[in-house]
Structures are given as C-alpha cells and as structure tokens.
Write a protein that binds this ligand. Structure first.
Ligand code: ES4
Ligand code: ZN
Length: 327
C-alpha cells in the first residue's frame, strides 16, 4: 500500500553493509567454479538451507567460508557491483561500505586486489546509477590489535580511497578497548571512525566505543537500551545507530521483529537508521528491512519513514553539498 511504496521509493543512504555479506549464493557458486574453489555444499539450495543461524558466531563461520571464492579484482568488482544494482533498485543514493581485508589477506589475496575491485565497482556505480559511496575498512576484533595495525599499514597507499575504519566480527570477549591504539592511529590519519557495539555485547561496549575509540557512529547499538543514561546521551549528542533489523532477527538478538526496540530508541530521540548488514544471508536488502520492520511495529508511520531516511543522510560522512543534492 501507500507506506510500502514510500519505503521503497524514498531516497536513502545505506551506512551498514558488509560487502562480503552481499555475496549471493548464485554468484558464490559461479566464482567457486571459475576459481576452482571447493564449497562444502553441493548446490545453491543446500547452501541457502545452511543459513539457519542461532547467534553471531554461527553466522560468521559460514560467512567467512563463503568469502573464500573471492580471488581476483574482477571477483570483488562483480560482487560489489551486484550490490549497487540492488541498492539502485532500492533508491539508495549513497552507500558507506564495510569490507574485511583480513578475511582475504589471511588466504593470500593481496590487499591491492581487494581495493582494486572495490574501487572499480564504486566508480562504475557512480557512472551507472549516480550512487556515491565510500569504503570503511573493518578490523576483525577476534584477531589481535597488532594484526589490525599491520592491516592499517598495508592500506596506507590506498588511504585516499578510504572513508574510515570500523570494527566487526565476534563481539563478546573482544571489547573496543582492545583496539584503542589502532583507532587512535586511524584518527590521526584523519579517517572516520565507527564500531560495531551493543549487538550481542553489553551497553558498556557502546560506551567504550564512544569514549575509548571515539567512534562517530555505533553499528547496531541496540543493547544500549539496557542503560537509560546511555540512551539519553546518544540522543543528546546526536550519535547515530546503524540498526539492521533483519540481521538482529536472524542472529536472534530479538526473537521476533515485533520485539525489536528500533521504534523505542527512535521515540527516545536517538538518531536511528535502517540498514541491511549482510543482505545475502539475512533475507533482504535495505527496503526489505524497512518494510518488514514497519509491518512488525505498527507504531511506525509515514513521519517515521521520513525521519529514518533523513537520519541516514545526516549520519553519513558525505559533504554538506552532496547531502543537499540528495535530499
Ligand atoms: C557482521 Cl552481523 C555482524 N556482526 C559483526 N560482524 C559482522 N561481520 C559481518 N556481519
Ligand atoms: Zn554489521
């Protein structure tokens, strides 16, 4: 109906998308065959059937295995451009894209190959669809800070193609503090800073992402709800949360979408945005996230749709001029 059409057609920015999480099973099998990489599933159907997760780690195991088919710059370009085609259909005007270099360098894929493929796709998306984008290099938090430093060092020749750095992978037991020094280095380089926090981990990790890492946005952040003082602070300081409802559902952060706290956070004045996280694994791209969330939370209406879209532009790292163009 009218609301669904609005959610589909309204211009939006996507601020939380792991590009490796946009790799659809069909392309995964195509690349596996081309590159002679064996997948532990016989076909697309068997692979999709394995997408029944019970927590973050059970997803990450399959997600890192899926990325093993990516070998050449063309592979990274194909995956990334396929995401942009979906994004264009969802009226995404601007995307800030996460990638996990350590997943690839650990397999012997050079960082240059990753950057080459991603940057080519980003340039082509701007020409083809007018979508602007930026790349956010994520450190894997289950690895050491030393390894994160080495990754940042290797990325320095590409720093002008980088919008910022982020922090992802298994949250529990890997607090933001573990990466204080490497984030300080990235900050000194003038990079933007974001971090996953308060997805499976406690509200305390959201606080330390802000206070210790100086993160400008919090990815997920839904566990902030356990700390009312923190929620007030997020609202007061205009700190955006990049919320991913279908991800939270699939990884059992919430048992049902109707139990999601997105609307509560929004009503408390928090700058909430809606995003897709790993759309090939979680059952939908950004518009699907909007539509299912609005269906599950009847207190959300047209005004909220506009507010969530406006929040996505305001929380993005684009220049004010480009922002005026988009809205
Ligand atoms: C992720 Cl949903 C999620 N959480 C943390 N790290 C990730 N990497 C890819 N998807
Ligand atoms: Zn994420």
């Amino acid at each position: 109906q009218r609301l669904v059409r609005l959610l589909h057609e309204m211009p939006k920015a996507e601020l939380h998308i792991h590009i490796e999480g946009s790799l659809e099973p069909e392309l995964m099998f195509e690349l596996a065959a081309k590159n002679g990489v064996a997948l532990p599933y016989p076909d697309v159907e068997a692979l999709r059937a394995a997408y029944a997760f019970h927590d973050l780690q059970s997803f990450l195991d399959i997600y890192y295995a899926g990325a093993s088919v990516l070998l050449t710059a063309d592979d990274f370009e194909a995956m990334t451009f396929a995401y942009f085609e979906r994004a264009a259909a969802d009226r995404v005007m601007h995307a800030e894209i996460f990638f996990d270099p350590q997943t690839h360098t650990a397999r012997g894929v050079p960082l240059d190959t990753v950057f080459e493929g991603l940057t080519r796709a980003c340039a082509r998306a701007e020409r083809s669809f007018g979508i602007t984008s930026g790349l956010i290099l994520c450190f894997l938090r289950h690895l050491s800070e030393e390894e994160a430093f080495s990754t940042l060092e290797q990325a320095l020749p590409w720093r002008h193609q980088l919008l910022g750095v982020g922090l992802d992978s298994g949250e529990r037991g890997n607090p933001p503090e573990k990466f204080a020094r490497v984030f300080a280095k990235a900050r000194a380089l003038g990079l933007h800073l974001v971090a996953h926090a308060g997805e499976e981990g406690p509200a305390e990790y959201v606080r330390s992402a802000l206070d210790v890492l100086h993160a400008e946005r919090i990815d997920h952040g839904v566990r902030s709800i356990d700390d009312p003082e923190l929620v007030q602070r997020l609202a007061r300081e205009g700190i955006a949360l990049t919320v991913c409802p279908l991800s939270n559902l699939k990884l059992r952060v919430f048992d049902r979408l109707s139990e999601h706290n997105l609307a509560v956070l929004l009503r408390q004045g928090v700058k909430v945005t809606v995003n897709s996280d790993d759309p090939a694994y979680f059952g939908g791209y950004i518009t699907q996230n909007f539509v299912e969330t609005f269906e599950a939370l009847p207190q959300l209406g047209v005004d909220d749709a506009y507010m969530l879209a406006r929040n996505s532009f305001e929380a993005s790292f684009v220049s004010p001029e480009r922002r005026r163009q988009m809205i």
